[in-house]
Write a new protein. Structure first.
Length: 227
């Protein structure tokens, strides 16, 4: 499996129906879930998870024609990490704590070729609501109401800077950079947020992107670990 992951593949695709649900959890709750070598970002004793809920379309690796593409909904608990030592003091990275799709074939392929930590789950999606369920665990929320409720200071700036994903493969720290021409995040209000995936989850705010985003994932590269 790791042999396939070592192939330097660039992926292209489109992002549609994008929602970024942001919630924090106690730092000590997530630390045991993160491999050594990846530093969890500390927000006054809490970690921040920017959950992406997105429809990926026209996805294809660089070595096949564009018409040989695939589509799926991708939901991921993207844990913010402290990678400032690699970016001149600015944090830009995430770690895929857990990722989900409702297509078994995508789960299999993703585990062979990527570090998404993909799992199969049930989704129920409408323009105003979302439900993620896996066994007895669930996460749900509704979008609507009055003015957006953003509780985390500088949340928009913090989330807007995220453009690279880290993973540990054995003793190697790898980074995959995400390229996109724009990222027009718009604040939205959330109601009825609840989850038991994390016992200490606290809603911090939510964003939508109401445009099609053309993007690409660069091949993963080994990072020269500092510190």
């Amino acid at each position: 499996m790791n042999a396939l992951k070592r192939i330097p593949i660039r992926y292209f695709g489109e992002l549609h129906d994008i929602e970024l649900l942001n919630f924090s959890v106690d730092l000590e709750e997530v630390k045991p879930m993160v491999p050594q070598g990846i530093a969890v970002r500390d927000f006054n004793g809490r970690a921040l998870i920017s959950m992406v809920n997105v429809s990926l379309r026209k996805m294809h690796p660089s070595f096949v024609p564009e018409f040989l593409n695939f589509n799926y909904r991708h939901v991921a608990f993207r844990l913010l990490v402290d990678d400032s030592v690699y970016n001149d003091g600015t944090c830009k990275g995430i770690f895929f704590l857990r990722s989900f799709t409702d297509q078994q074939l995508i789960v299999w392929g993703g585990r062979q070729m990527t570090d998404y930590n993909l799992e199969k789950a049930f989704f129920q999606k409408t323009p105003e609501s979302f439900l993620l369920k896996q066994g007895s665990q669930l996460l749900e929320y509704r979008i609507g109401g009055e003015a957006p409720q953003i509780t985390h200071p500088e949340l928009l700036k913090t989330v807007g800077l995220l453009d690279r994903a880290y993973a540990m493969r054995g003793k190697d720290l790898l980074v995959t950079q995400i390229l996109r021409e724009k990222w027009p995040l718009e604040e939205v209000n959330i109601t009825n947020f609840q989850t038991n995936f994390f016992r200490s989850a606290r809603l911090e705010g939510c964003f939508r992107v109401n445009e099609t985003i053309y993007y690409q994932w660069k091949p993963a590269k080994k990072v020269n670990i500092k510190g």
